[in-house]
Design a protein around this ligand. Structure first.
Ligand code: NAD
Length: 479
C-alpha cells in the first residue's frame, strides 16, 4: 500500500509558510492516500490556540483545494495544537506526552517528522531538546526538515550544522530548497542525461554560455527586516542559484541515487572559481519606478533609509574544470524586476565551419511561471536558395497541466516520507556555496559606499547588461 505512517511536529505552526505551503501539501498527500489513517500533526508555536481553532486554520488553508467539506473535516481531525516556547524544557515534556498518545491512537509506530518552520536562531535549541527530552523514538524513523536560510555565512552555518548534528545524523536531516522540488528543475538531469543530442553537446566545446534568471516582480513586501540583513546574494544565490548551477554542470552520476547525485553536485560546487568580484559581479538596488508608482527599496517598511543591501545580483560563475572553464554561467536574480520568471537559457556556439549563415541555437528551460522547454534550431527557409531561419520546437505545459502537477512542497514532503534525500541540499553543498558567496560578500564589504540603482520594474542596472557585452554576449531573455 502507498500509505505511510508518520507523526508530524511542526514548529512555527501559526506562521505564514505553514498555512500557505505545508497544510495544503499535507492535504494533497492525504487525498492521494500517502497519508490516511496512521498520521497525526502537532502544531506548535507561542500563541495560545485551541485544537478547534487550529483545525479551523488548517481547514481555511485548504479551502480552495478541498474535495469536500467532509474530507477537509476528516483531514483536520488529525491535527492538534500545543502552545510552546521552544526555549522551555518543560514544554517538551508536554509535547512528548501528546506525541506518544497520538502515536498510540493512530498506531504510528514511532515514525516522526520534525518540521522546523521558524527562525534558524532556534534550530539548535529545538533539536537539542528533541533529543534530550526523548522526543526521538527508538522504534521508527526520525527526520528533521529545515527551512532556509541555513546560516548567514559559512561560519554561522557551520555552527548551526554542528548544533543540529549533535542530535541528528546527516541522513536524518532534510534541508529544504524548494527549487529542488520544482518539476523543471528535476527535469534538468532527465534532459541532460537521457538525450544523446543534448548530452554530447553540453560542455565548453559546444556551449557559448549558460544563463540563469530568477527574477521577481514583487518588492520585499513585509519581509524587510529579514531581507535588509540578507540581500539577494544570500537569499537567492547561495541556495537556489548555485543548486541550479550544480545540476546544470555536474557530471553524470554513476546511478541515480542520493549519494551519487550528491557526490557529483558537490564536485562542481567545490570547483567554483573565485571570481574577480569587481569585474564579474554586479549588485543593484531598486529605486522608484519610472512611472513613479512603485516605491524604491529604501522607502520600504523596516528597511533602513540608507540601506546598502542589494536587491539584485548578476554575476559570471565559472566552474573551474577542463570541461567547463570555457563556458561563462551568467546568473541574475532580484526583486522588483520587470517580470516574475525563473528560466535557464543554454546557448550553443556556432558551428566551426558555418557553412550557412546560421543564427542562435539554444535551449530554454522554463521553470516558472511557464513550465517546459523550447529548443531553437536553424532551418532552411522554404523556397529557392539556402537562406537560414530559426525554428522553435517546444513542449510547454498548459495552465491546466501545471495546475494538476504536484507542487514543490508536496513532492518534497513525500520524499521525506519515503526517506529519499536526493532533492535536498546536503551539508557539503551548503558549505561550499557559502564559501563562494562569502568571498563575494567580503569583496563588496570593502567598498560599500556606492551601489548601482535600477528602476523598479526593470531588468536590473545597466552594469548587468555590460557584464555580458564585455564578453560579446547578451542576455537572451530581455523582456
Ligand atoms: P512567520 O514569522 O510567519 O512564523 C514564525 C513562527 O515561529 C510562528 O508560528 C511563531 O509563533 C513561531 N515562533 C517564533 N518564536 C517562537 C518561540 N520562541 N517559541 C515558539 N514558537 C516561536 O515565518 P514564516 O514565514 O512562516 O517562515 C518560517 C521559516 O521559514 C523562517 O525561518 C523563514 O525564513 C523560512 N522561510 C519562509 C518562507 C515563506 O515564504 N514564508 C520561504 C522560505 C523560507
Amino acid at each position: 500500500s502507498t500509505e505511510k505512517k508518520a507523526l508530524y511536529i511542526i514548529f512555527g505552526a501559526t506562521g505564514d509558510l505553514a498555512s500557505r505551503k505545508l497544510y495544503p501539501a499535507l492535504y494533497l498527500l492525504y487525498t492521494k492516500g500517502y497519508l490516511k489513517d496512521h498520521f497525526a500533526v502537532i502544531g506548535t508555536a507561542r500563541r495560545e490556540w485551541s485544537d478547534d481553532y487550529y483545525q479551523s486554520v488548517v481547514k481555511d488553508a485548504i479551502d480552495d483545494i478541498k474535495e469536500s467539506d467532509k474530507d477537509a473535516e476528516d483531514f483536520s481531525s488529525h491535527f492538534r495544537y500545543q502552545s510552546h516556547n521552544v526555549k522551555n524544557s518543560e514544554h517538551y515534556h508536554t509535547l512528548k506526552d501528546l506525541a506518544d498518545s497520538l502515536d498510540n491512537k493512530y498506531n504510528i509506530e514511532g515514525n516522526r517528522i520534525f518540521y522546523l518552520s521558524m527562525s534558524p536562531a532556534f534550530f539548535g535549541t529545538i533539536t537539542t531538546h528533541l533529543r534530550n527530552q526523548n522526543l526521538v523514538t527508538e522504534n521508527g524513523f526520525n527526520r528533521v526538515i529545515i527551512e532556509k536560510p541555513f546560516g548567514t555565512d559559512l561560519k554561522s552555518s557551520i555552527k548551526l550544522n554542528n548544533e543540529i548534528t549533535d542530535s541528528f545524523d546527516e541522513d536524518q536531516i532534510y534541508r529544504i530548497d524548494h527549487y529542488l522540488g520544482k518539476e523543471m528543475i528535476q527535469a534538468i538531469l532527465a534532459l541532460r542525461f537521457s538525450n544523446r543530442l543534448i548530452k554530447e553537446s553540453w560542455d565548453s566545446e559546444s556551449l557559448s554560455s549558460i544563463q540563469i534568471t530568477l527574477s521577481e516582480d514583487l518588492g520585499v513586501e513585509e519581509r524587510g527586516e529579514y531581507y535588509d540583513k540578507s540581500g539577494a546574494l544570500r537569499d537567492m544565490v547561495q541556495n537556489h542559484v548555485l543548486q541550479i548551477v550544480s545540476l546544470l554542470t555536474m557530471d553524470e552520476p554513476e546511478s541515480f541515487t542520493t549519494d551519487n547525485v550528491r557526490k557529483e553536485k558537490l564536485a562542481v560546487l567545490e570547483s567554483l572559481k573565485k571570481p574577480n568580484v569587481k569585474e564579474e559581479f554586479v549588485r543593484g538596488q531598486y529605486k522608484t519606478s519610472e512611472d513613479g508608482k512603485l516605491k524604491g527599496y529604501r522607502e520600504e517598511e523596516k528597511v533602513s533609509a540608507d540601506s546598502m543591501t542589494e536587491t539584485f545580483v548578476a554575476g559570471k560563475v565559472i566552474v573551474d574544470t577542463d570541461k567547463w572553464r570555457g563556458v561563462p554561467i551568467y546568473i541574475r536574480t532580484g526583486k522588483r524586476m520587470k517580470e516574475k520568471t525563473s528560466r535557464i537559457d543554454v546557448l550553443w556556439k556556432k558551428t566551426d565551419h558555418q557553412l550557412f549563415d546560421e543564427g542562435d541555437s539554444f535551449l530554454t528551460i522554463h521553470i516558472s511561471p511557464d513550465e517546459g522547454f523550447e529548443l531553437q534550431l536553424n532551418d532552411k527557409q522554404i523556397g529557392p536558395g539556402m537562406d537560414i531561419c530559426p525554428v522553435r520546437l517546444n513542449s510547454i505545459c498548459s495552465k491546466e497541466e501545471i495546475k494538476s502537477k504536484p507542487e514543490a512542497y508536496e513532492k518534497l514532503l513525500l520524499d521525506v516520507l519515503n526517506g529519499d534525500e536526493t532533492h535536498f541540499a546536503h551539508w557539503g553543498e551548503v558549505a561550499a556555496s557559502w564559501k563562494y558567496v562569502d568571498y563575494i560578500r567580503d569583496a563588496w564589504n570593502e567598498n560599500l559606499d556606492n551601489i548601482p540603482f535600477y528602476s523598479a520594474c526593470s531588468m536590473g542596472p545597466d552594469e548587468s547588461d555590460e557584464l555580458l557585452t564585455k564578453d560579446d554576449q547578451r542576455w537572451l531573455y530581455n523582456p
